[in-house]
Design a protein around this ligand. Structure first.
Ligand code: UDP
Ligand code: MG
Length: 318
């Protein structure tokens, strides 16, 4: 008999106690129904303050294919996914959320698709149930900008729900940047990719762990790490201001020497001061944004700190 291929599902978990039982039941079903894939699951507990870890630990005691990476505190969705991916050692990796917005059953479809000869298969949503107007509108605006600014023709309506092979896994593991926009990074890697369409369910239980503030920071991370365009905005505005000032100066000289219509104007002076200092502050802000990033990258901190590993072979634990 042909050896089964191995597939690890990485699932970031942050205060998901109300979703986990259902999630695990569906994952078990997925595993039991699969003839050609050997599933294992890595749950990354991202500093949950509820019973998530207890629930996970209970299942990990029964099933050795449930692995847990318990981070020492909340590092955020993207870091949690990174931690999980780092510990994967299988033919394929799937990444999905714990709140069942990404139906686990779809992984089987992603797998069928990837067997057609792709390296990455991403789940693309045709419908999103139960998400607020604000979320949908900001998401659309965000993808519009990231595509315009980053020039990377990023697939719309996708999250981090995707499946990729060992080749992509290994290259991805080498990207150690601090500000991580994982779906963009995987897209940036290239390789052959294809979508699989699905209807995104509403969250099974609990609330979103992405309040507007986190979403905004996430969007900034994506834009500033994938594009130098913001750096250029300042230069464009500066150039425009200089041209404006030169033309204005010429006009002023013309009025002064060739016509009788000349009003020495204090408002004009004040306005130009305000405008020019505005531009300067704006520039400093942008430069600061990049300097901040250089600062963080040069610190070269570990991206996350693992507190404890469950059900991993001892060589991975060190
Ligand atoms: N998550 C995490 N750390 C965080 C925030 C979220 O690990 O700081 C996990 C969360 O448990 C879920 C996934 O990331 O599995 C996506 O979060 P959520 O469903 O709240 O985001 P939304 O679907 O509302 O964008
Ligand atoms: Mg969700």
């Amino acid at each position: 008999m042909k050896q089964k291929e191995s597939l690890t599902v990485v699932i970031p978990v942050y205060n998901e106690e109300s979703c986990l039982e259902e999630l695990i039941a569906r994952l078990l079903k997925l595993k039991n129904n699969s003839d050609n894939v050997e599933f294992s699951f890595i749950f990354v507990n991202d500093g949950s303050r509820d019973k998530s870890l207890d629930i996970l630990t209970r299942y990990a005691e029964t099933y050795s294919f449930f692995k847990i990476i318990n981070l020492s505190r909340n590092f955020g969705h993207q870091m949690a996914i990174t931690a999980g991916i780092d510990y994967v050692d299988s033919d394929y990796v799937a990444v999905m959320d714990a709140d069942l917005q990404d139906p686990p059953e779809l992984i089987e479809k992603l797998y069928e698709k990837i067997k057609e000869g792709y390296d990455v298969v991403y789940a693309k949503r045709i419908k999103r149930k139960g998400e607020s107007f604000l979320k949908l509108a900001t998401a659309r605006l965000f993808y519009y900008f990231i595509n315009k600014l980053g020039r990377i023709d990023f697939p719309l309506n996708t999250g981090d729900f995707r499946l990729f092979n060992h080749k992509v896994l290994n290259t991805f593991k080498n990207m150690r940047e601090q500000h991580r926009f994982i779906r963009g990074m995987i897209h940036w890697l290239g390789f052959n990719s294809a979508p699989v369409y699905y209807e995104r369910d509403r969250r099974f239980a609990g609330n979103t762990k992405y309040p507007f503030r986190k979403m905004f920071i996430f969007a900034l991370d994506a834009i500033f790490s994938f594009s130098n365009a913001p750096l250029r905005i300042g230069s464009y505005i500066g150039l425009f201001m200089i041209s404006f000032a030169i033309l204005g100066g010429i006009l002023m000289l013309y009025l002064r020497f060739f016509t009788s219509y000349y009003v020495p104007g204090i408002p004009a002076v004040i306005l130009s001061i305000i405008l020019l200092s505005g531009v300067q502050i704006f520039m400093i802000g942008i430069v600061g944004e990049y300097i901040g990033r250089i600062f963080q990258e040069t610190k070269n901190r570990p991206l996350y700190i693992v507190d404890r590993l469950t059900n991993f072979p001892s060589k991975q634990k060190e």
